[in-house]
Write a protein that binds this ligand. Structure first.
Ligand code: ZN
Length: 270
């Protein structure tokens, strides 16, 4: 039996933490955050959303660790594979995701790693069934978030254009990439979640919208949204005051064409 993984692709600050929580509130789905964060968590440099600073302290990750040990693995021995240079073998990856399912009792996993390189590694694994979901933001919103982090306009314009082009050009071995706009997710969460759940072979559940904040979660990485206990979705349009009109125009001049190309892919229902 293959292990189902909803894999979120997208830039940092594009709403993947919110989407991960909405998907993870489904009764048969578990959200783990980014698998790439496991090494940092193992070494106490990243915490779980429950507040635990190591796997031993967290009720969920300690169960994953136990399930891994039963398979002759551990989070610590897996860690070296979660970077771009080293590759994990198929068995190690299968054991890791199988342990997450065993520890949670879920049928599918949301992985918010976002990296294409890690996705490419996973998609070659015959034991894994990947549902790639690309979440993208209006470039002005993306620039506003990056500006807050001190990134230059030129850097973000370049990153937005290159990543967008690469994701649009992806031809996964399995299912095609499902493109989801952050703005559409906020204005019509049920409609967008239903698209994703359908691609994953699951039904949308009301609790995904009503309980995603209260739902117990053990997410590694992500922004402050991961510990927000409210179940209210607010569209972040702070770019309207954070960007000058010159910046907003420049951003749309440079990134508008790519943004519209990705939007067109959502209209085709892909
Ligand atoms: Zn935890």
């Amino acid at each position: 039996m293959t292990i189902k993984i909803i894999y979120l692709l997208g830039l940092g600050h594009s709403g993947t933490t919110l989407l991960g929580r909405l998907l993870g509130a489904h009764s048969e789905v578990v959200a783990t955050g980014g698998t790439k964060n496991i090494p940092l968590f193992v070494h106490g440099r990243k915490s779980c959303s429950c507040g635990a600073t190591s796997p031993d302290e967290c009720p969920f990750w300690s169960r994953v660790e136990q399930a891994l040990r039963n398979r002759g693995q551990s989070l610590a021995t897996l860690e070296s594979g979660y970077d771009n240079q080293k590759r994990l073998d198929h068995q190690a990856l299968r054991d890791y995701y199988a342990s997450v399912l065993e520890a949670s009792g879920a049928r599918a996993i949301v992985d918010t790693s976002r990296r294409r390189t890690y996705f490419s590694q996973l998609e070659k694994n015959p034991d894994l069934e990947l549902i790639p979901v690309h979440l993208f933001k209006d470039p002005r919103g993306q620039h506003s978030s990056s500006k807050r982090k001190g990134r230059s306009l030129a850097h973000t314009i370049w990153t937005y254009a290159m990543r967008g082009r690469r994701v649009r050009g992806m031809r996964p071995l399995g299912r095609p990439v499902l493109h989801v706009s952050y703005e559409a997710l906020c204005s019509d969460p049920q409609g967008q979640l239903s698209r994703i759940m359908q691609a994953a072979g699951l039904e949308f559940e009301e609790r995904q919208l009503t309980e995603f904040g209260a739902n117990e979660s053990h997410i590694l990485g992500g922004n402050r949204q991961r510990t927000d206990t409210s179940s209210t979705i607010r569209l972040d349009e702070s770019w309207r005051r954070r960007l000058s009109s010159f910046e907003a125009r420049l951003v749309m001049l440079c990134n508008g064409p790519g943004y519209r190309k990705t939007l067109a892919l959502t209209d085709q229902g892909r």
